[in-house]
Design a protein around this ligand. Structure first.
Ligand code: KIV
Length: 282
């Protein structure tokens, strides 16, 4: 059965944890869906882990639509959420509603996510009222990396912690069905989780959130570069894949691949006849 925003909210009420992973393509989405994941996020982290940019800022609506369509096609049960890319919702409430609607209408995803607190509450309210469920995103909001001065933990001092609590309450009030808390001290994320009725999904925000999300390239060691402190690597798939690529290159160069079992046959008589005809002609 397809999971819904109500399903994930009921998990919070039942004290059951919510699982969420990022996905950007059909085959990975299908694998995750078949394992029973609750939510698949077509994150704008796409820009970094799939498209090779050094931030999420260059990601476009067209990029998101292309990948969200593929993920939605691969999902039978998971709730699919797509990120609204940088500058697709900040300029005006009208543009935000139009872009959220476009993402949902053209891709088949079930909800959108956008970053920010009180500053984007008019957008969250208007998009939700247009029947597009919205997931909020607070704490380290990668689209604001230039304003935040880098990728770092948020809400460590009293003032910033208060701001985060009030932003979370405002996002809930505006109509978000859930909120991601990224790189927030565990104690503060736990307090926000207690204060909100909607579920919190943590990434680098400790175990007291209602759910967890990871970028799948991080958890499988598929993305080069430093591993953030909050990432647990569940498999070294990068090494497995590299070993397979090396074996393929070696076997291709040595002629070991393809073997008989990978090869199509033609009747010997036909081949002999063709040889006699064409090899004598040349
Ligand atoms: O884009 C993304 O992958 C995200 C997650 C880190 C929550 O927003």
């Amino acid at each position: 059965m397809k999971k819904t925003t109500i399903f994930v909210q009921e998990k919070k009420l039942k004290n059951e944890k919510i699982s969420m992973l990022t996905a950007y393509d059909y085959s990975t989405a299908k694998l995750m869906d078949s394992c029973g994941i609750d939510i698949l996020l077509v994150g704008d982290s796409l820009g970094m882990v799939v498209l090779g940019y050094d931030s999420t800022l260059p990601v476009t609506m067209a990029d998101m639509i292309h990948h969200a369509k593929a993920v939605a096609r691969g999902c039978e049960t998971a709730l699919v959420v797509a990120d609204m890319p940088f500058m697709s919702y900040q300029v005006s409430v009208t543009e935000a509603v139009a872009n959220a609607g476009k993402l949902m209408k053209e891709t088949g995803v079930n909800a959108v996510k956008l970053e920010g607190g009180r500053d984007v509450c008019p957008q969250i309210e208007a998009i939700s009222k247009a029947f597009v469920p919205v997931m909020g995103h607070l704490g380290l909001t990668p689209q604001s990396v230039n304003a935040l001065g880098g990728y770092r933990v948020q809400g460590k001092d009293r003032g910033r912690a208060r701001q985060l609590i009030e932003d979370a309450q405002a996002v809930e009030q505006a109509g978000a069905f859930a909120v991601v808390l990224e790189c927030v001290p565990a104690g503060l994320a736990g307090l926000i989780t207690k204060l909100l009725r909607i579920p919190t999904i943590g990434i680098g925000a400790g175990r007291d959130c209602d759910g967890q999300v990871l970028v799948y390239q991080d958890m499988l060691a598929l993305y080069p570069g430093n591993k953030p402190k909050f990432v647990k690597q569940y498999a070294d798939a990068g090494s497995v894949i590299k070993n397979a690529f090396r074996s393929y290159i070696e076997e291709t160069e040595s002629g070991l691949f393809p073997a008989d079992e990978h090869t199509f046959k033609i009747d010997d008589d036909i081949l002999e006849e063709l040889r006699r005809q064409y090899e004598t002609e040349t």
